[in-house]
Design a protein around this ligand. Sequence first.
Ligand SMILES: Nc1ncnc2c1ncn2[C@@H]1O[C@H](COP(=O)(O)OP(=O)(O)OP(=O)(O)O)[C@@H](O)[C@H]1O
Ligand SMILES: [Mg+2]
Length: 378
Amino acid sequence: MTGQRDVPEGMGDPLEPAVVDITAEVAPPEIDPAEAELILASATVEEVATAPILAAHNVTKRFGGLVAVNDVSFTIPDGSIVSLIGPNGAGKTTFFNIIAGIYDPTSGRIAIRNRTMVARPIRAWLEPILWVTPAVIVGILSALVFAAANNETVGFLGATVTLVALILMLLTAIARPDWYHRLLIRLGIFRSARPNDMVRAGIGRTFQNIRLFQNMTAEENVLVGMHIKLKANMLDALFSTPRNRREEIAARVRANELLALVGLKGVGGELAKNLPYGDQRRLEVARALGSDPALLLLDEPTAGMNPNETADMMALINQLRTDLGLTVLLIEHDMKVVMGISDRVTVLDHGERIAEGTPDEVRRNPRVIEAYLGAPAS
Ligand SMILES: Nc1ncnc2c1ncn2[C@@H]1O[C@H](COP(=O)(O)OP(=O)(O)OP(=O)(O)O)[C@@H](O)[C@H]1O
Ligand SMILES: [Mg+2]
């Protein structure tokens, strides 16, 4: 064999005859993101509600000359555990980072419940013009009225209203309510979602290399994950209002519930850096759960774990689905984990989706076996 790579445990016998080739599955049609948004605008509430939690359509990501993800499409059905596997450098983490809103794809799009969230921005530079337009219109009108009336009070009022219009539009652009989003679409402006938008849309994630706040306690780490859900504002915090105190108590209770859920009961006061490695990985999961996600992205959650810790993590992932109704997209190298808990498996190699199917179908797929073992020598 040439180009032989490590065969992951549980991958099956490469010499076993191939049974199914599921690589020929039909990919969703390529749709221009702006067009997709207009499709959404005319979609009924039922259509959106029944759409899959996440769908990737022809996603490509280039880093200079390197094609890290190449025309990848797949759908994650609600309540499923879907695994993304492939040899090192296959593009798995890059794909995750696109879903999480960290990278804009070079082409293609990611839709949540049929709504395009991530795609290459279209005319995004027009957005600041939209922010200032109402203020400019109000400003010009007030200047005209001031010129006609020659009254200082009118001038002062005009300037105030102009400033308020500008501040309101800026706040709207930050909060991005639905009507603002629809207005952008009407004007043909598409701005790809950022990580905070994706968290708000119900996506939580962990990282391949643990990225905890090491000098904060376990409980504080989870509270950071919950931040986006908290309603108290800066003034509430400054004056320690009853609302702020109530919310903080509730948040701490929830944080400790989440710690208990992932098997870290009683360690809330420990600094993250003092936790054993396996517990740090669990803490990352608890922090991701803090934002109350519907879809959880786990990037190699069992990396570096011993067999017992791995079995516990598998049980936890299953429990997250059954107890919290979560949908899970998992990147994993440990084939026992992948084959043991996945409903569907998608295989990437050199950025391309080379197979997709049930664990059994994938383990017997000749292209998958070749990707892991290398092509037979001729
Ligand atoms: N920010 C970046 N800039 C340039 N190249 C990148 C960047 N991120 C990833 N790559 C390249 O893209 C390819 C895919 O990397 P990626 O990390 O997505 O692979 P992976 O499948 O997650 O691998 P592993 O199993 O080792 O984690 C690699 O060749 C990598 O070097
Ligand atoms: Mg990776």
